[in-house]
Unconditional design. Structure first.
Length: 215
């Protein structure tokens, strides 16, 4: 979906204000700094959906989570595993055919994304290795660590973890039983500070302006 300006998002909520009393609850997808204003215009907002992961946790995500926590709004977090990258399972595939990216599935759409270009892929491996070390010490998988970390970001966080493979679905479900200690969270924060994310979401550049959080 295309990015809309803050004013456009607020105006849409204002136009629907007259029917607010007729709606029990609604959920909003990918709204950023407008979340507080939207809530006051439309108190029926019960949830917002945004991308949150160890490599998608910038000021926009932090602001939405903070506002949601204050107002008691659920945050549905998607792509918590960085489109599979943070699991550490993606490997080189047919590198000669994809000279600028590393990918493990032929024809995979991720091959076109900025963060999967070779230089970014290799740089971001440091994040994966750091998280993997923490996960191994805790006796869980890297994916479970990432999911548990997202869940720990706020009391209203709900991670939307899905998979086409039964074994991965079970692995993701078990992440709900993981409770990170303060020390583990501190170590994760240290990894993310020491290794800033290299590259941009999706295609990067001007194209990303149409894909970021709205408002």
């Amino acid at each position: 979906m295309l990015r809309e300006s803050k004013n456009e998002v607020v105006q849409k909520f204002e136009r629907r204000r007259n029917v607010a009393t007729q709606i029990l609850v609604i959920a909003a997808s990918s709204i950023a700094s407008t979340s507080r204003k939207a809530y006051h215009l439309f108190p029926a907002i019960a949830a917002v959906e945004i991308e949150v992961s160890a490599w998608a946790y910038g000021e926009e995500q932090k602001a939405v989570i903070s506002t949601a926590t204050e107002l008691g709004i659920s945050v549905f977090a998607y792509s918590q595993l960085g489109n599979g990258f943070l699991t550490g399972t993606i490997r080189i595939f047919n590198y000669s055919a994809f000279p600028r990216v590393l990918i493990d599935v032929e024809g995979d759409h991720r091959a076109r994304w900025n963060c999967f270009k070779e230089e970014n892929f290799r740089a971001n491996q440091a994040i994966v290795e750091g998280l993997k070390t923490i996960a191994e010490k805790s006796g869980i998988t890297t994916a479970q660590l990432c999911l548990a970390w997202v869940a720990s970001l706020g009391p209203t966080m709900i991670h939307l973890a899905g998979s086409s493979k039964a074994i991965r679905t079970l692995e993701n479900l078990q992440a709900g039983e993981v409770q990170l200690t303060a020390e583990e969270r501190k170590t994760i924060d240290e990894v993310l500070i020491a290794h800033p994310v290299s590259g941009e979401r999706y295609f990067g550049g001007a194209a990303n302006e149409r894909l970021q959080l709205w408002g």
